[in-house]
Design a protein around this ligand. Structure first.
Ligand SMILES: NC(=O)c1ccc[n+]([C@@H]2O[C@H](COP(=O)([O-])OP(=O)(O)OC[C@H]3O[C@@H](n4cnc5c(N)ncnc54)[C@H](OP(=O)(O)O)[C@@H]3O)[C@@H](O)[C@H]2O)c1
Length: 592
């Protein structure tokens, strides 16, 4: 809002100067005032609408440590487009006026345009156009940076324009006839006559871009020479004129007259540039005020309002996370999709970070080049790693270094992000069962969508039942029908949609243990176990006893919601991966 008010004040000053340049003509004053009021009111109204639109999306972000706008508004374009109309009008009318102004032969058109401050008007218009482009295209978090930048630059240029015009109003007029004093022999010689006549012609001529227009109403040719005088005399006379040193003289732009009364007045001192520097100094702190946090932004899947992933767009300009104490920054290349992401994005998961937050918990990537390296951290920038931590569906994540494990060279980022995959020996379709056996190392497959599937398990185990039930679906109660004496049922999750309730007599009957496992909570309660588990998994992987299974269709970050929906619709198996960065393209860029 402050920026809008300052733009309004700046435009009023511009209006004032243009009206002066146009000699206070009432028609110009009225038209410009109407234009100014219209554009300013439109700007204020559209700003109010933009604020109403964006305000709900401005929230405190814990990882970023400041309030951020996570949504941009298209109405913002109207905020910066409306003063531009006024700007264009000012620019064209000033150009027209400068071109139309009578001027002496010696003054080139470009100088006349410059003396009316056209360069400054042009610069201000270009800045406003740039601002419009920024408002239309920039990432939400960068929009305000653009405004600050343009605001600072416009203030500076406007300042220069005002100083420039003030100087133009009272500058010496070098070619003015009144300032000329001949120093000839004073005898009324031919040379004196020639010089006087030439001078007279010069002072009587003014040009407009459309040709010579004499001030005295007579059309003259610039190339005209004097007849009746020898070439030598004319040459001598021209030489004399060339030596004339103009005296200080005041030309009043406002009155458009050469003022003889101030003929010998000393010229005003050149305007000091200090006010310009002051304005730069005053605006630059605003420009840099906490904007360090705005410079680096990334693509991210941000949960601002709880909603199904399909309703959440990828944000292009989310501020990159800052590593807090003990954390490193990781450039994410691939991330693993989980069923609980669908729950977390809707606020239905048992662990909900404060909003806005970046979704995703499993990733593989490289330690960022600009990552701090905490004491004791074995990683260096560029090291390939994988691990877990909130915010994986973004180009960068900040994570405690203890949650990371080196990614072996023979493993791709996709496989790294898939290391959390579980071999499912029981599934809901024949296709998934085949995959469990073929790729997951399962010896048997049982389709739990068929009634009586437990009998099949009992048959396979020779009537004993299974020692361990690993259940991410929510089928513990059904599984207990085929669990062995002293068996262990591990509660992993409830993909079927509802949290299971269990009659405890079932636990007692076979001396079984029901064990919950919450992997994410290990980072909080038992962080030292995390790398141990990862290393065991890596050992399993390198020994060939297990391998991470990646679902054949991988998704770019922009289609993350499609990947999550595929999980939700039970289409997927193995680990579904989202490609956050393209490793090949990143390498090519690095080579460039
Ligand atoms: N405890 C932990 O530390 C931890 C860690 C990660 C995930 N989880 C939880 O574990 C559960 C599974 O997560 P995940 O990421 O591993 O998913 P997932 O196994 O990749 O996919 C879920 C599978 O569950 C089965 N399913 C059965 N009924 C379903 C239904 N109504 N809707 C959707 N799927 C259904 C589907 O297989 P079929 O088609 O073969 O039936 C589906 O493929 C989630 O509840 C999640 O929150 C827990």
């Amino acid at each position: 809002m402050l920026a809008i008010v300052s733009v309004g004040i700046a435009n009023m000053l511009i209006l004032q100067r243009v009206v002066i340049l146009w000699e206070h003509r009432p028609i110009i004053l009225k038209t410009m005032t109407v234009g100014f009021l219209l554009s300013f009111s439109l700007q204020v109204v559209s700003m109010v609408f933009t604020l109403l639109h964006v305000l709900p999306s401005i929230q405190w972000s814990e990882p970023v440590g400041m309030c951020i706008a996570t949504k941009s508004s298209h109405i913002l374009i109207a905020v910066w487009a409306s003063p531009l109309v006024f700007e264009m009008f000012v620019l064209s009318s000033t150009a027209l006026n400068a071109l139309d102004r009578p001027r002496t032969l010696e003054l080139p058109i470009i100088k006349a345009l410059h003396s009316d401050g056209l360069g400054f008007f042009l610069a201000i218009t270009c800045l406003r156009i740039l601002n419009l482009i920024l408002a239309a295209l920039s990432r939400p978090s960068l929009t305000f940076l653009g405004v600050f930048f343009i605001w600072a630059m416009t203030t500076t240029i406007l300042n220069r324009l005002l100083l420039h015009l003030r100087r133009a109003e009272c500058r010496p007029s070098p070619s003015d006839p009144f300032s000329c004093e001949f120093e000839t022999d004073g005898q009324g010689s031919d040379v004196d006559m020639v010089a006087a006549e030439l001078w007279d012609r010069r002072r009587s001529r003014a040009i407009s871009p459309f040709g010579l227009i004499p001030l005295n109403g007579e059309r003259l040719s610039e190339a005209s020479t004097l007849s009746g005088y020898s070439d030598q005399e004319q040459g001598h006379a021209r030489g004399l004129l060339g030596e004339i040193q103009p005296l200080p003289y005041v030309y009043h732009y406002r009155k458009r007259v050469h003022d003889p009364t101030s003929r010998h007045a000393s010229p005003p001192p050149p305007p000091s540039a200090s006010s310009t520097y002051c304005s730069v100094l005053l605006t630059s702190p605003i420009l840099f005020f906490r904007t360090d946090r705005y410079w680096d932004t990334m693509r991210a899947f941000v949960i601002n309002d709880y909603a199904h992933p399909s309703k959440i767009p990828i944000i292009q300009g989310f501020p990159e996370p800052k590593a807090s104490k003990g954390q490193v920054l990781v450039d994410v290349y691939s991330a693993g999709l989980n069923y609980f992401d669908i729950l977390q994005s809707q606020g239905k998961y048992q662990v909900q970070p404060p909003r806005p937050f970046v979704l995703g918990n499993e990733f593989a990537g490289k330690i960022s080049a600009d990552s701090p390296i905490p004491d004791g951290c074995p990683f260096r920038p560029g090291d390939r790693v994988f691990g877990g931590g909130q915010g994986a569906y973004a180009e960068k994540v900040a994570v405690a270094w203890q949650n990371l494990v080196p990614l072996p060279d023979n493993m791709s980022y996709d496989q790294g992000a898939a290391l959390g995959a579980k071999v499912i020996a029981a599934a809901g379709s024949q296709e998934k069962l085949d995959i469990s056996v073929r790729h997951g190392g399962a010896d048997h497959g049982v389709n739990y969508s068929k009634d009586g599937w437990q009998k099949e398990v009992l048959k396979i185990t020779g009537g004993k039942g299974v020692d361990v039930v690993y259940d991410p679906v929510g089928l513990i109660r059904d599984s207990l029908k085929c669990i062995a004496w002293k068996g262990r049922a591990i509660v992993v999750g409830f993909a079927a949609g509802s949290i299971e309730k269990l009659p405890l007599n079932l636990v007692l009957l076979k001396n079984i243990s029901i064990v919950g496992i919450h992997w994410g909570a290990y980072t909080k309660f038992e962080p030292t176990r995390v790398p141990v588990v990862w290393r065991s998994l890596l050992d399993l992987f390198s020994s060939g006893r297990a391998k991470p299974i990646v679902y054949p269709e991988t998704f770019p970050l922009e289609r993350l919601a499609d990947g999550l929906q595929a999980i939700e619709k039970r289409k997927t198996w193995g680990k579904v991966i989202v490609h956050v960065r393209d490793p090949e393209r990143s390498q090519a860029r690095a080579k460039l």
